[in-house]
Every structure is written in C-alpha cells, then in structure tokens.
Design a protein around this ligand. Structure first.
Ligand SMILES: Cc1ncc(C[n+]2csc(CCOP(=O)(O)OP(=O)(O)O)c2C)c(N)n1
Length: 325
C-alpha cells in the first residue's frame, strides 16, 4: 500500500506525538512536576494510530488505563490532555479525570478506564446504540491481553457477535499483564483464538507495523459498517517502558526487551518504509519531530500556568452526583 506525502507525514506526526507525550511525562514525573500513577503507551503507537487512521470522527473509541495513545490517535487535543495530567481547570476533563479517565465526547473518545476490561462493555453498548439508531458509526474497544481474562470481555463478545454489532475489539497483546507474562495466565497462544467461542471473525496483526494494523483494521471496520458483525483483532506488540512509570521491570528479560526496542520500534519501521518508497525524506520527518517537541513544550508551559479547579465551584459540577445546596 502506498501513502501520499501528506498522509505519511500525518501518520508519523501522530505516532511521534504519542511517543513524545510519553517521554515528556517521564521527565515531568522524575522532576516531581506531576504526580499520579501513569501507564505509558510507548512502543504500541502503531496499534492506536493504525486503527484510528481508519475511523471517522463520528466513530467511537473505548480505552484503557494505558490510554494516552488512543486519545491522541482519536484526535483529543494534546494541550488539553497535558493540562489534565497537571490537574488543571483547562484539562480535557477540567482536571477531574487524570491520566486514567480522559474522555472527550466531541471526538468520540468514550474514555480511558482504570478498570481492566471496563471499556469493553461500554464499547459494546455504544455499538448497540449505533445499530439501533442506524447512525453508521463503528465502536472500537482497545484493551490488553490481561483484560481478555475478565468476564466482561467474554460477555461482550458473545452479545456483540450474536447481535452482529458494529464493533471492533482490539487486543493489544504486549506479552504482560502488569508483571506476569501472558503465557502464565492464558492457555491459548493467540488471543485471537478466543473469538471462535463466539463465532466471531478474528485477525492477527503485527502491532509494531503500522501498515499491517492499518490493513487489518480496514477489513474489520468495513465488515462492521456493512452489518457483517464484529471482529477481534489481536495486535502483537510490546510496551517499551514498565507497567507504570517507575516500574524497574525485574520480571522481563533484558535482552528480549532490547531486541524489541532496537529492532522493532514502530516509528523507525514506519520511517524506513516511507523513506524507502521515496514519498518523504528524513528532513521532512525531522521537521515533524521539531514541531511535535515545540507543541509539547508549549503544552507543558500552558498547563503549568493554567488555573487549578476551584473547589467551591467545581467540586460537584460535571459529575453525576449533585448535592443539595
Ligand atoms: C478489574 C481490575 N483488576 C485489576 C486491576 C489492576 N491492574 C491494573 S493494570 C493491570 C494489568 C492489565 O494488563 P493488560 O490488560 O494486559 O494491559 P496492559 O497493562 O498490558 O496494557 C492490572 C491487573 C485493575 N485496574 N482493574
């Protein structure tokens, strides 16, 4: 598949923005400028960007505790996200969501989710709504391999397949659930095999290869849109950092990690492919690197200067519970 110069630059920009955002967060945590419990998406960029590049603005996405990449890929404003991580009133959720609960209905981001597997039934409900209302939207749920051991994964796939819902279930199989290797807790080699129990279509993609994810997502989304039902798309991937920021990763093989990082970096694989095809030059991409870095620096500066939420006015606004005044 050939991409135009503009599309190649746009795809690279999204992946670079995710990587840069995560690297910036590491620096900010180390410097004590932000707190909270952060799960970084670096290494898995080709999955979020490959799938979301096939979506329309009106399609819906449900995410996970490792959700920054999905948000950026679906178009959530990066400055708003940064302000959210600083807990400021200008954040995407006015400082009340934080890293694990960024949601932005204006661009179809139903929310990151601190409950492992919690986004899967939300996406199934969104797909059911789309079917009933005949809106033409497709709902996509991202989740990890660990989440596929949760009951709600199985309940959702059963219902979605039976009712041919316009859904896509994207399993990001990064080989670990927290500190436990996947094979320790999952009896099948390919998570995609689990779809067979529900008579559901399944595909496996190389999650480090943007083009492979993009092509497989296209097949799944077309099926969903024309009423042929959902797909389980398993993307084999790897998280470059620990489970959370500060995780020293004693449980994973150092050489194996090095192999993934050195040889299978999704940004480098993408760059090699588009430069080889001649559509973009190294200079084009270095220019994007500079633009992304400037955007992120501005995002941090603006977030640090932004106001904190006002406890008096903001404590009970934008939440479901309202207290009598
Ligand atoms: C219901 C529930 N159980 C346990 C946890 C604690 N927890 C947070 S992340 C995680 C591992 C999730 O692994 P996976 O779904 O593979 O996603 P990954 O972190 O690899 O992206 C666990 C067990 C939780 N947040 N929610």
């Amino acid at each position: 598949m050939d991409f135009s110069r503009e599309s190649s630059i746009e795809i690279y920009r999204r992946m670079r923005t995710i990587r840069g955002f995560e690297d910036k967060l590491q620096e900010l945590v180390a410097a004590g400028r932000i707190g909270g419990f952060l799960h970084l998406y670096a290494g898995e960029e080709a999955v979020a960007v490959g799938v979301c590049a096939q979506l329309r603005e009106t399609d819906l996405v449900g995410s996970t505790h490792r959700g920054h990449g999905h948000c950026i890929a679906k178009g959530v404003d990066v400055k708003g996200m940064m302000a959210e991580l600083f807990g400021r009133a200008t954040g995407t959720c006015r400082g009340k969501g934080g890293s694990m609960h960024i949601a932005d209905m204006d661009c179809g981001m139903l929310g990151a989710n601190g409950i492992v597997g919690g986004g899967i039934p939300l996406v199934t409900g969104a797909a059911l709504t789309a079917q009933i209302k005949q809106s033409g939207a497709v709902a996509v749920g991202f989740f990890g391999d660990g989440a596929t051991n949760q009951g709600q994964f199985h309940e959702s796939l059963n219902m979605a397949s039976n009712w041919k819902l316009p859904a896509l279930y994207v399993c990001e199989n990064n080989g670990f659930g927290e500190f436990t290797p996947t094979e320790f807790v999952v009896p099948v080699r390919d998570i995609a095999d689990r779809a067979a129990s529900y008579g559901m279509h399944a595909l496996i993609a190389d999650g480090m290869d943007f083009f492979d994810v993009y092509e497989k997502a296209a097949v799944a989304i077309e099926r969903a849109r024309r009423g042929d039902g959902p797909t389980l798309l398993e993307c084999k991937t790897y998280r470059f950092y620990g489970h959370y920021v500060g995780d020293p990763t004693p449980y994973r093989d150092k050489e194996e990690a090095e192999q993934w990082i050195q040889n299978r970096d999704p940004l480098e694989l993408f760059e090699a492919r588009v430069r080889e095809s001649g559509v973009v030059s190294g200079d084009d991409l270095r220019e994007v690197d500079g633009e992304v870095e400037r955007l992120l620096r501005a995002a941090v500066e603006e977030a640090e200067q932004a106001p904190q939420p006002d406890p008096e006015a903001d404590l009970t606004s934008d939440v479901y519970v309202s207290y009598p005044t």
